[in-house]
Design a protein. Structure first.
Length: 329
């Protein structure tokens, strides 16, 4: 029903534009959602790569899981950022450390030696860019406090819980369940609490981790899995309710779904039009070519729809039906 509504709305909008003629500018030929990976090494898919920038046709730009491979708020690849999404508080997603610039270290072991503690790479970018951090669970209160400490506006930490959505810059954002952990490392905290948690070997809880479903202005529905195992919601919510057409799927194994489990999610539970591999925890490419025998190559071979490898700095473009129309492998 949700997919039908979006399709009907898009059709009605197209008819209205034709009737208005010169009263409204025609849609640009590139009425697509652009997806640009921001990894550690240009043109490669490397072990710590998480970050993706989504650009709506209306210009709204969303950074997903900045992690460690964005070189802070002054990274020239970022450009304008309106929204930052954080699936969960682990350091490789929120950014406890970061690269100083691209192509440092190796694809297997990038040099991420610049500390972003205690604020995080996410907060540093949000403050410099004036971006909103949109999260679920109890994460918004944590980020609001961090924004204050960094001289930012706590109102820019915004909540969206399961089953609701929030429109930011013309993009509808909602969270969906993920099966993982979501502890805040004591290294992000200060005072006695940080010392007690560190001594006990535990982190502070900020509620369950999340994935996201984004609905862009061209009708494209995207599922961002975050770090997760297989969940019933991938069928009942992501597919049946939202009708996701593009999936960004973690495939790293041990810590998240492995390539076989991730392929099952894509083929049998969601059935999208296209997939972007994510969180492979390996140097998956060399010279921009996918290496055989990797988890990423196994995932690509098992999935029934096109799988796109997120080569850092190489922009992919997707139409409203989830089909890659430019920059495709």
């Amino acid at each position: 029903m949700y997919r039908f509504f979006r399709s009907t709305l898009a059709g009605a909008t197209s008819v209205a534009c034709l009737m208005l003629g010169a009263a409204m500018p025609a849609l640009a030929d590139d009425h697509v959602v652009k997806v640009t990976p921001l990894g550690s090494h240009d043109g490669e898919f490397c072990s710590r790569d998480r970050a993706l920038v989504f650009e709506d046709p209306n210009g709204t730009r969303i950074l997903y899981d900045a992690g460690r491979t964005v070189a802070g708020p002054d990274d020239p690849r970022l450009g304008k950022i309106d929204v930052i999404l954080v699936s969960h508080m682990h350091g490789d997603h929120v950014g406890d450390q970061r690269i100083s610039e691209t192509n440092q270290g190796t694809c297997a072991s990038p040099d991420t030696g610049v500390s972003a503690l205690p604020q995080s790479n996410t907060v540093d970018i949000a403050v410099k860019k004036g971006a909103k951090i949109v999260t679920g669970s109890e994460m918004p209160a944590f980020f609001a406090t961090k924004l204050i400490a960094a001289g930012g506006d706590p109102a820019n930490s915004m909540l969206v819980r399961f089953g609701g959505d929030r429109d930011v810059g013309g993009v509808a954002i909602t969270t969906v369940p993920a099966v993982h952990s979501n502890g805040v490392s004591p290294s992000f905290l200060s005072g006695p609490l940080a010392e007690y948690l560190k001594a006990a070997g535990v982190g502070a809880s900020v509620g369950p981790p999340t994935g996201y479903v984004l609905t862009f202005s061209n009708g494209l529905v995207v599922y961002l899995s975050g770090d997760t195992g297989i969940t019933a919601e991938q069928k009942l919510v992501v597919n049946d309710h939202y009708g996701a057409e593009l999936v960004v799927m973690n495939i790293g194994d041990t810590f998240t779904t492995g390539p076989k489990e991730a392929a099952y999610v894509v083929n049998d539970l969601i059935d999208p039009k296209s997939v972007i591999a994510s969180h492979a925890n390996e140097p998956a490419t060399s010279g921009g070519e996918l290496k055989q025998g990797t988890k990423t190559s196994l995932f690509r071979d098992l999935v029934k729809v096109p799988v796109h490898v997120p080569l850092s700095g190489r922009t992919l473009a997707f139409n409203g039906d989830g089909v890659c129309s430019a920059g495709c492998d």
